[in-house]
Write a protein that binds this ligand. Structure first.
Ligand code: DQQ
Length: 468
């Protein structure tokens, strides 16, 4: 990869800069935008400030990929250059309007909805009709009005815009249009309760998945992503199940799209949990999650797995035979130490109170992050309390409710990419965290059990190639 594609590799804290997750050459990145599989190419746009690692003067960055793994940076697609988006080209989506890629996004300030089209995906023209939705529905006091998400159903385009009704709760306003330019307001498709699901819903996605409909959103001020599975009829979304997408503490504003193979795939923004000073010195902030393939479980939970295309980056494998994990002992997977690896573990917890994996910084074991199932508390946990000697990074414990059915083993799937740790457990629970140890060389994984023995059924690991 040339320096132009990855200039931040020679800045301070380069040991924390992910090497197989997507990130821009430099500067700030937040939400994924405009995801589309168009003419055989995957396009990823994103909220971006190329000048500095701070969220100001937001543009749409752009990258393209043939395989969801290797990315090529393209020129900035949309800049704040019109009266209606002078303070930022904020989050939006992309649709294929009869062969014309069309971005639908929020211009600020005030928050209005706009469109831009392109013939070649590189040069973009903002529509003369902008802003195409110039104000929230009349008579409602809103807490925000942004992040349009658009889909087509028969002869209509539909859009939901993320919003909130003051003192009531987060909401999505539903619109329809024949031509993406003239929009008719219909009604709120769902209104949440402020105390439960926040006051404003950012970045909603609403789509059909199998026989159900899914709505996910990033509510202010929760700072995490919730999803609903239910039905969508006569302009009303009726939730039947509510879940959490990722409780690791840094995953936000995901956007999904349907690819040519019919898969629903999402990316989410992984924010930094280090100080602004460290990000400023590094010259970059923000990473995209691995592309996650989303399916519907029989129990109406969403299931998440990294797309299989990522396997092309694997080198190895290394494995260990099935054995007992004795209480208080650790089993190391020596060949796997390094700053980029993947691990799949299957453990039968038996009578262990806790079992899982510890990640030790290779040169300084005092820096350790633990990922484990607490059978005692019925939780999946990422413990970062000892993860770094830096004072300026968040060191906390994050957990998701987690239980196993009878005879069901704990299935952990870990991805380590320098400062990124993505954990997928049993298909349905994700905990994504950022860890910033001092020193280079990465991490050494060791399996452990406490408060009782567990049985290690299977373990396989790979080192992972860099894409940058
Ligand atoms: N980020 C965008 C907004 C969105 C928020 C601005 C979510 O459009 O609501 O960068 O992270």
């Amino acid at each position: 990869m040339s320096d132009m594609q990855n200039p931040s590799q020679n800045t301070p804290y380069t040991e924390h800069r992910p090497a197989y997750h997507f990130l821009p050459p430099q500067g700030w990145m937040n939400d994924p935008n405009g995801l589309i599989h168009f003419r055989g190419e995957y396009h990823l746009f994103y909220q971006h400030n190329p000048e500095a690692a701070v969220p100001r003067n937001i543009v749409w960055g752009h990258a393209v990929s043939l395989n969801l793994v290797n990315w090529r940076h393209l020129p900035i697609a949309l800049r704040p250059d019109q009266p209606y988006d002078k303070d930022g080209v904020w989050t939006g989506c992309m649709v294929d309007d009869g062969g014309t890629p069309t971005a639908v996004y929020t211009g600020v300030h005030p928050e209005v909805q706009c469109i831009a089209t392109s013939k070649d995906m590189v040069r973009w023209t903002k529509a003369q009709e902008n802003p195409v939705i110039a104000a929230p529905p009349p008579g409602v006091e809103v807490t925000g009005f942004r992040d349009p998400y658009v889909w087509r159903s028969r002869d209509w385009w539909y859009a939901v815009v993320g919003s909130g009704i003051k003192d009531v709760g987060g909401t999505i306003f539903l619109y329809r249009s024949r031509d993406l330019r003239r929009w008719e307001y219909l009604e709120p498709a769902l209104v949440g309760k402020k105390e439960e699901t926040g006051e404003m819903w950012e970045c909603p996605n609403l789509f059909q998945l199998g026989r159900k409909w899914v709505l996910w959103t990033s509510p202010v001020p929760l700072g995490r992503v919730i999803y609903f599975v239910g039905t969508f009829r006569k302009h009303q979304f009726q939730p039947e199940y509510r879940g959490e997408m990722d409780l690791g503490g840094c995953f936000y504003a995901p956007q999904g799209f349907r690819d040519a193979r019919g898969r629903r795939i999402l990316f989410g923004w992984l924010w930094e949990t280090r100080s602004e000073r460290m990000s400023a010195e590094a010259g970059w902030a923000g990473v995209q999650s691995l592309p996650r393939w989303v399916t519907l479980g029989r129990d109406k939970r969403l299931l998440f797995e990294p797309v299989p295309e990522l396997r092309r980056l694997r080198r190895g494998p290394v494995s260990l035979s099935a054995q007992t994990l004795r209480s208080g002992e650790e089993i190391a997977l020596r060949e796997l130490s390094g700053d980029r690896w993947e691990l799949q573990v299957e453990i039968r917890p038996q009578d262990a109170a806790r079992c899982g994996v510890r990640l030790y910084q290779v040169a300084d074991e005092g820096q350790m992050t633990a990922v484990f199932f607490s059978q005692a508390e019925q939780k999946l946990v990422v413990d970062r309390t000892q993860s770094s000697r830096y004072e300026e990074v968040t060191r906390d414990v994050r957990a998701a409710p987690f239980s196993l059915k009878e005879k069901e083993p704990l299935r952990l799937h870990l991805f380590v990419d320098r400062s990124v740790l993505e954990v997928y457990a049993n298909g349905h629970t994700c905990l994504t965290s950022r860890i910033y140890p001092q020193g280079t060389g990465g991490y050494q994984p060791r399996l452990f059990a406490e408060g009782g023995n567990a049985q290690l059924a299977r373990i396989e690991g790979w080192t992972i190639d860099a894409i940058w």
